[in-house]
Write a protein that binds this ligand. Structure first.
Ligand SMILES: [Zn+2]
Length: 408
């Protein structure tokens, strides 16, 4: 058992918010990667967990989840909230023409989908007009947001290269680092796009990097000077290496980046968000030729092998789905990505750790992720033993958000 202790703070005057309430969990996965623990009690007070242990006073009443597995609320570290996961090219094109009002409504709808699936924090990977950052600014207290939202201050790509759908390029005559520094208001992090998409015509094809090593380093430094973390879209060996060496906080996608880069990331503590589910979606996407679907299948297999290697090397793997991509639906995709992490060789509790503790660390949310005394009482319960996970996430029985039960 991990350190469980009674909250030692002096008792406050009794009222509803301050009363201690108990939850009896049949199985508990705490998000820190350890094995599930059987028959645990969680004491909640004022929206926080104050005690976890094998004892749970019968007389205290409380919520009985002794038939269920309790795990931390999930976190998706890579989404695009302005887009849905529609497979229809016309729907996708129409989303790019959304008015700002339509876009705000879509963002809210997608956040609600996350919440229904037990995903209570997301990190957005950028949009072409900065609508997600605007949404965040319009809801500054976060209380009226269904899910904690980490928005990009801006997403940057090099003019003429991939990225117009999800970001902007530095204006002419302005260096990339100056552009980054000039768009730091609002938002939580910076997104940099350092490569293109994966080719579905040539397996393993690696395009050139977008920014050179000096430019990238200066962009990362500008972001870090403003206390903003940097997520870098990078596929291929060279693009990933320049991003890691530049000191980025996380590599996004990282297809075909190779073992050398994985070792660098393990050494430097760079996180990896491998987003396997969009490639899995492409293996069945309509409109692709049989050959393209085959390339997608081989690319997915290659990525799962990289995940296996990264896990062995001790890379900090964080779950992100790229929800909003073709065939990748907000909320639901987290369960699919968990299945892929397990397929790649991670244990169930370790895969859940990628979507909870590791993600909370990357998103700088010290209050979330693990179920330990002192943190927010954010957790979900699914029917039956942990063996039914991740599939049992399709039918979440209960969600507790800051100590309050969400009606299902
Ligand atoms: Zn993305």
């Amino acid at each position: 058992m991990t350190a469980a202790h009674e909250d030692q703070r002096p008792a406050s005057p009794p009222n509803h918010a301050r009363a201690t309430r108990w939850v009896r969990a049949g199985w508990l996965i705490d998000g820190q990667g350890g094995p599930p623990r059987r028959n645990m009690g969680l004491a909640l007070r004022a929206g926080r967990i104050v005690r976890i242990g094998p004892d749970c006073p019968e007389a205290a009443g409380g919520v009985d989840l002794s038939h269920a597995t309790v795990l931390p609320a999930l976190i998706d570290a890579h989404v695009h909230l302005v887009f849905s996961g529609s497979l229809d090219p016309q729907v996708r094109a129409a989303q790019l023409r959304h008015t700002p009002q339509q876009s705000q409504a879509a963002i809210l709808r997608h956040l609600q989908e996350h919440r229904r699936c037990g995903v209570l924090a997301v990190r957005d990977g950028g949009d072409h007009r900065g609508d997600v950052r605007r949404f965040q600014q319009a809801h500054p207290g976060k209380a009226d947001q269904p899910v904690h939202l980490c928005a990009a201050c801006a997403a940057w790509y090099a003019a003429g290269r991939y990225g117009a759908m999800i970001g902007q390029s530095p204006p002419q005559g302005v260096s990339p680092a100056q552009a980054v520094a000039a768009h730091m208001e609002g938002g939580d992090h910076i997104k940099l796009i350092q490569s293109g998409l994966n080719s579905l015509d040539r397996f393993g094809h690696q395009g050139p990097a977008q920014f050179n090593a000096q430019e990238l380093r200066a962009m990362v430094q500008a972001a870090h000077a403003a206390q903003r973390a940097v997520m870098v879209h990078a596929n291929g060996e060279h693009a990933a290496r320049t991003a890691i060496v530049a000191g980025c906080d996380s590599i996004e996608h990282g297809y075909f980046m190779g073992a050398e880069n994985l070792r660098r990331m393990a050494d430097r503590g760079t996180s990896w968000v491998p987003t396997a589910v969009p490639m899995a979606a492409l293996t069945e996407a309509p409109g692709l030729s049989g050959k393209q679907q085959d390339v997608a299948r081989r690319t997915l297999d290659h990525q799962l092998e990289q995940i296996r290697q990264a896990h062995t090397m001790g890379v900090n793997i964080v779950l992100g789905t790229d929800a909003g991509s073709q065939g990748v639906n907000h909320g639901h995709a987290v369960q699919q990505e968990l299945c892929l992490l397990v397929n790649a060789g991670l244990g169930l509790a370790q895969a859940i750790g990628c979507a909870t503790c590791s993600a909370a660390k990357l998103l700088r949310l010290p209050d979330r992720g693990a179920l330990t005394p002192g943190r927010r009482a954010d957790f979900i319960a699914v029917q039956g033993p942990p063996d039914n996970l991740p599939e049992s996430l399709s039918e979440i029985e209960a969600i507790c958000i800051g100590g309050t039960w969400e009606s299902r």
